[in-house]
Design a protein around this ligand. Structure first.
Ligand code: PLP
Length: 457
């Protein structure tokens, strides 16, 4: 029976299932067979044939507390039995959603005020974007609407959020980016054009590029600057020295709101509760998702500052209720997962572990591979680590796209039963493991990566 079901799954997978972010023609030709994941526990996933992998990317950097946490599963089951759904529109709410809001705000930077719950990082960014426009309309400056994000930023796959994303793969043939989104220089020191620049000089150039763009467009047309505290999907790139210190005064001078997209960095991935703390940011909006529930159920959040909240209240006094809500806003099952997840993060000291083991992972990866002729750079922060591959290290020359080795390395690594991710938009292998990772797992990831790089290079 199991065998027949297995065959059937392959057939249904090819016949009916539309995979996200996938080369559809290759999949249809059977060139990218589907690893059908059946169960998982701790830092390991297991497929339908009982093969196991150490998941060095925590799903899509989201299963932060690790797999198989019965505390969260039980909380979800209990919520589903007691109250599977009720909405939070005017005059209603649920215990789970209200409790989670309080827990999020207890952990958020002190100048933040309220959290609005959605389902995905994309829709939470969409909410923040609408609120940015609403804010400027209420303040009587309807022309201040353009948004600046960075090349290599990742903010989602929707129409506007895919536009904010600064990776060509997510724009191509979709007619994105839409107006009024503009992109500025990525804070990506390793890919700087000018070899002679120090990190600080490169940061100053990023700031000057931003100033130029603002001057060209007119500061009174720019509403917000959208950024991950540290670039994630665009390459796992910590900002160069002095970057945020150079950017922040520009935003303040031109009254440009800062939206910190903390979908990856929120709830501990950099070893601090929020990436904003890590880099000394005081954002007007924070976007959260993944780590809010460790992906045990879909839930995201848009956190607004006190400054923004005052204007939103004024807006509703003048215009009536905010016309923005999803059926599943603040879904109680997601909220119950979030409550149990944030409790676990605290009780098990998982953020401190992310800081400690993340530092060990980055140090070990650098020790083992920084001198390899095809490894241009080993970089990371907290529980994020990446290798950037180059054809010629001295000249910082990359393989041309058809020959890049990141996907090959990821394939070899999977053969060794470790998962790393070939990052879109570069020749980069990324790691973002669960926070429950141990030193022995780091040793396995690094040892296997060394073998995989040797096999692919
Ligand atoms: N923002 C960032 C920084 C992300 O990394 C992601 C997803 O990886 C998103 C937003 C979009 O989140 P989702 O895929 O849940 O829509």
């Amino acid at each position: 029976d199991d065998l027949r079901r297995n065959d059937q799954l392959d057939e249904w997978d090819r016949g009916s299932f539309f995979h996200p972010s996938t080369h559809l023609a290759q999949h249809a030709r059977g060139e990218s067979p589907t690893r059908i994941v059946k169960t998982a526990s701790g830092v390991h996933i297991e497929d339908r044939d009982g093969q196991r992998w150490l998941d060095g990317f925590a799903g899509l950097y989201c299963v932060n507390v690790g797999y198989g946490r019965t505390e969260i599963a039980d909380a979800i089951a209990a919520q589903a039995k007691e109250l599977a759904y009720y909405h939070a529109y005017v005059g209603h709410g649920t215990e789970a959603a209200i409790t989670l809001a309080q827990m999020v705000m207890d952990r958020a930077p002190a100048h933040m005020s309220k959290v609005y719950f959605g389902l995905s990082g994309s829709d939470a960014n969409e909410t923040n974007l609408k609120l940015v426009w609403y804010y400027n309309n209420i303040l009587g400056r309807p022309e201040k609407k353009k948004i600046i994000s960075r090349w290599r930023g990742y903010h989602g796959s929707g129409l506007m959020t895919g536009s904010l994303t600064g990776l060509e793969m997510f724009h191509k043939k979709f007619d994105l980016p839409m107006t009024p989104v503009l992109h500025t220089t990525a804070p990506y020191y390793y890919r700087r054009e000018n070899d002679a620049q120090t990190e600080e000089q490169f940061s100053a150039q990023c700031a000057a590029d931003l100033e130029d763009l603002i001057a060209r467009e007119g500061a009174d047309t720019i509403a917000a600057f959208w950024a991950e505290p540290m670039l994630g999907t665009g390459g796992i790139v910590p900002p160069p020295k002095g970057y945020w210190e150079a950017i922040k005064p520009i935003l303040e001078r031109h009254e440009i709101l800062l939206v910190a997209d903390e979908v990856v960095t929120g709830f501990g991935r950099l070893g601090t509760m929020f990436g904003s703390e890590h880099y000394g940011l005081e954002p007007d909006f924070i976007t959260i998702a993944k780590g809010l529930t460790s992906a045990y159920a879909p839930l995201s959040g848009s956190i607004v500052s006190k400054k923004v909240w005052e204007v939103l209240e004024k807006g509703t006094d003048e215009n009536g209720p905010i016309g923005h809500g999803w059926t599943y806003s603040a879904h109680p099952i997601g909220a119950a997962a979030g409550v149990a997840n944030l409790k676990l993060l605290d009780e098990l000291g998982l953020i401190a572990n992310a800081a400690e083991i993340g530092a060990y992972l980055n140090a070990e990866m650098a020790r083992a591979l920084a001198d390899h002729p095809h490894v241009g750079e080993v970089r990371g922060e907290g529980m994020l680590c990446a290798l950037e591959f180059v054809e010629d290290k001295d000249r910082r020359r990359f393989f041309d796209p058809a020959r890049k080795i990141g996907p090959k390395v990821a394939g070899e690594l999977a053969n060794l039963h470790v998962i790393g991710r070939a990052m879109p938009g570069g020749d980069i292998l990324g790691f973002a493991p669960p926070f429950s990772l141990g030193r022995e797992h780091v040793d396995e990831i690094v040892g296997s990566t060394v073998k995989a790089v040797r096999a692919a290079g």
